[in-house]
Ligand binder design. Structure first.
Ligand SMILES: Nc1ncnc2c1ncn2[C@@H]1O[C@H](COP(=O)(O)OP(=O)(O)OP(=O)(O)O)[C@@H](O)[C@H]1O
Length: 759
């Protein structure tokens, strides 16, 4: 008891120490706010008066002050979250953030009797704050001086002796957790022994209940993740890792890091491509929590084309056709062939120079063939088609040989052209014979099985043509249709549209400040939409769940990053695309010859070992020989196996299980079913509240819940050629508890364990 009291006293004292530091930080920030407000008023009053140098300096100051204002108005849960106590460094050089730059300790930093004095203490937070003497009160987590907070380990501690995670809310420090990187040392700070509190901030973070939005991991980024986050942005950073290894989290933190490193370079925008709208809404709060809202657009792969917001999924056989790179050839033919619609006019009749002139079907066909000869986009060929029509009509008019004088001949021709091309019958004909085609119109034309059959001859087989045409007759766009629209957009060529004028914003006069201002009322989503509408290319593209992109989707994403650097994160073992080799080929095409830097993440932070072990059985079937990531914790709670009791039905059983799990966990419960049960499953859970959701297997991508019910592994596995990998995804969504519910098709044994999950 006395020992516990002593621990509590030390803990309280250490919390007090950090509280004092946080108070000092807030005092300093308040000073900065006053300064910022003064500067902004001053700037507004004085307008743009001054020398260019002074104006640039003033803008820079206002810019920095704007950052502070923005951050503080966001009342962060843990503005200050870390601290490292370091040995003296090899040399006495300081970096721009006021910290010593040396990574290695000085030779005499540790005395022969294994004692040492702490030479430097750094606090780490979401932004950097200097005191009035330019000494660092808080180091920005992305600054080089903060790297040892994430990188140092007992095996390779560098200068770090003690690493502390501070839990705070607003202005209040709530707790501290320490890790010793040099446990063999007896270190002192200001003459007193360095106390160590608690046992592991990471475990505390992992055990917390989940909500429907992802949290940032800024206070507990692990060393192998930090290497990826801070990797130089050259060419392609390629990251592989199993479920729960933090790929999505790392990708988001990397976006924030890149912006911090070189905001100017990324003014061209960062695009994050996510597989589903569910994953977009799950992750979109992370960047604002890291203080980054501007410049990053997070978009689902079904919403990458302006105006399309597809969420429907095609059945696997259709998705397979629509995703395949064979579609490029079909679309090329369709984009040109769609001009030749059944109701296209077969005769052009005009009156010119007092004569009736006609072009008949054969002549028209020849002209069209002639114009379409090259590879230029169809819509951009309309002026050429118009000219050839006029040429043919002029030839018929007999006026061509009337003047030998070239000037008079040219005059005659130009008055002919003007007469004809303003005639209603000519204009009407041109609109009908060479209409400006939209991608959607071509897709609609492909819904006609006969026409599609012509365009797909020797590319798709008759069964594929039938299925594709049938699916295109449904009006609702599917996720896979969006990549087809994008391809058609390129094939047709976008006619120049007038740019929307941006509303006047007085803050535009202050360079760079705009994106940081807290007064803007635009949400992250609105901003992303605006950015996407204004932009067709980005400076950096991050692809999450990259294993799922089809060849056609890779082409679409590739177009948005032709000059970009890339971060690509994925796990081949979770691929829902039936032919991973084909997708990898298209990925390589999209990324071109840029050199790749590869990283691997090896630790599963999501699933307890008990769940990870079960999922590994499916992995062994789906990808024999592929290793599972190592689970970092164990809960002692084994997965539960349930079958539908005799007098009950599936719906009732699922509902009962969901209710049971809602009692068991504080956070969310996900019920994962085969895609064709998606609609009915929502009904099974009616009235249970918003902590529980039903999801189709493909929608579960990237998400996580405190507990999950996986309904009929066999149904999920049989859904598509990639079914086993989709089942692997479904089984790896839970952070605490998992129920596997079997139907007849699963052939469960007496213990309820389905065939697929037995040893
Ligand atoms: N360093 C960390 N500290 C705390 N939590 C972490 C850390 N790394 C990952 N996590 C947590 O682990 C969970 C899984 O992370 P994430 O979703 O990024 O993994 P993933 O590799 O994308 O998984 P999947 O491939 O299954 O989609 C999340 O809850 C995330 O917050």
């Amino acid at each position: 008891m006395a020992a516990q009291e002593a621990v509590d006293t030390v803990r309280d004292r250490e919390i007090g120490v950090e509280q004092e530091h946080l108070d000092q930080v807030y005092r300093r920030l308040e000073e900065k706010i006053h300064e910022a407000e003064f500067l902004m008023n001053d700037a507004a009053q004085r307008g743009q008066v001054g020398t260019p140098g002074a104006l640039a300096e003033r803008d820079a100051q206002v810019f920095r002050a704007g950052i502070h204002l923005n951050r503080l108005n966001n009342e962060f849960e843990d503005f200050l979250f870390g601290r490292i106590d370091l040995l003296y460094g090899k040399d006495g050089k300081k970096g721009p953030d006021g910290a010593y730059t040396s990574v290695e300790p000085a030779e005499d930093a540790v005395r022969p009797d294994n004692t040492a004095e702490i030479g430097e203490t750094l606090h780490i937070g979401r932004i950097g704050v200097l005191d009035s003497d330019y000494a660092p009160l808080v180091i920005d987590w992305r600054a080089p001086a903060a790297a040892p907070f994430y990188r140092s380990t007992p095996v390779d501690p560098g200068r770090v002796v003690r690493r502390r995670v501070i839990r705070s809310k607003g202005r209040q420090v709530l707790g501290v957790e320490d890790d010793l990187m040099r446990p063999e040392l007896r270190a002192t700070l200001d003459g007193c022994e360095l106390p160590v509190i608690g046992d592991g901030a990471l475990m505390a973070a992992l055990g917390q209940a989940r909500s429907h939005t992802m949290r940032d991991i800024v206070s507990s980024i692990q060393a192998e993740q930090d290497l990826v986050i801070r990797a130089p942005a050259a060419s392609v950073t390629y990251v592989e890792g199993g479920p729960g290894t933090g790929k999505t989290a790392v990708a988001l933190h990397r976006a924030a890091y890149l912006l911090y490193q070189d905001r100017r370079r990324y003014a061209g925008g960062i695009l994050i491509v996510s597989p589903t709208p569910l994953l977009v809404s799950y992750t979109e709060g992370v960047l604002p929590s890291l203080g980054e809202e501007g410049q990053v657009a997070i978009r689902a792969v079904g919403s990458l084309v302006d105006g399309a917001e597809a969420t429907a999924y095609d059945e696997p056989a259709v998705a397979r056709v629509k995703g395949s790179s064979r579609m490029v050839h079909v679309l090329r033919k369709a984009a040109r062939g769609a001009l030749d619609s059944p109701d296209a006019p077969q005769l052009l009749r005009v009156v010119a120079f007092g004569r009736r002139l006609e072009l008949e079907a054969d002549e028209l066909r020849r002209i069209r063939h002639n114009v379409l000869g090259g590879t230029a986009p169809v819509n951009l060929l309309r002026p050429r088609a118009r000219r050839l029509l006029l040429d043919a009509l002029y030839a018929k008019s007999g006026a061509a040989g009337r003047h030998s004088d070239p000037e008079l001949a040219a005059e005659l021709r130009s008055s002919f052209d003007e007469d004809v091309s303003t005639e209603d019958s000519f204009l009407g004909f041109l609109d009908a014979w060479w209409p400006e085609l939209s991608p959607r119109q071509v897709l609609d034309a492909m819904a006609d099985e006969r026409r599609l059959g012509r365009w797909a001859r020797r590319i798709l087989n008759p069964g594929e043509v039938r299925r594709l045409a049938r699916s295109l007759r449904r009006r609702e766009l599917s996720v896979h249709d969006v990549a087809l629209l994008d391809e058609l957009n390129t094939l047709l060529g976008a006619p120049a549209r007038p740019r929307k004028k941006r509303e006047y914003d007085p803050l535009d006069q202050l360079t760079g400040l705009e994106e940081l201002m807290p007064v803007r009322e635009e949400t992250q989503r609105e901003r992303a939409e605006r950015l996407a509408a204004e932009r067709t290319e980005y400076a950096h593209v991050i692809v999450d769940e990259a294993q799922d992109l089809t060849p056609m989707q890779w082409r679409m994403v590739g177009r948005r990053g032709r000059h970009a650097t890339w971060t690509v994160v994925g796990d081949p073992a979770q691929s829902s695309w039936s032919d991973p080799d084909e997708a990898a080929e298209s990925r390589d095409e999209a990324l071109g010859t840029r050199p790749r830097r590869r990283f691997e993440l090896t630790v599963n932070y999501r699933n307890p070992a008990e769940i990870a072990e079960l999922a590994a059985k499916v992995l062994a079937l789906a990808m024999p020989g592929k290793e599972s990531p190592r689970a970092v914790r164990s809960t002692g709670v084994e997965p539960r196996f349930v079958t539908v009791p005799e007098k009950a039905d599936l719906a009732e059983t699922v509902r009962l299980e969901a209710e049971r799990l809602l009692h068991e966990v504080d956070g969310t419960v996900g019920v994962v079913v085969a895609m064709n049960r998606r609609a009915e499953a929502a009904g099974w859970l009616a009235g249970l509240g918003d902590r529980v959701v039903a999801l189709g297997s493909l929608e579960a991508k990237g998400l996580e819940y405190d507990a999950t019910v996986v309904v009929s592994p066999a149904e999920i596995a049989d859904e598509s050629p990639a079914g086993l990998r989709v089942l692997y995804v479904a089984l790896t969504r839970s952070t605490q508890a998992l129920t596997v519910l079997s139907g007849d098709r699963d052939m469960p044994d007496e213990a309820g364990v389905p065939d697929l999950l037995r040893d």
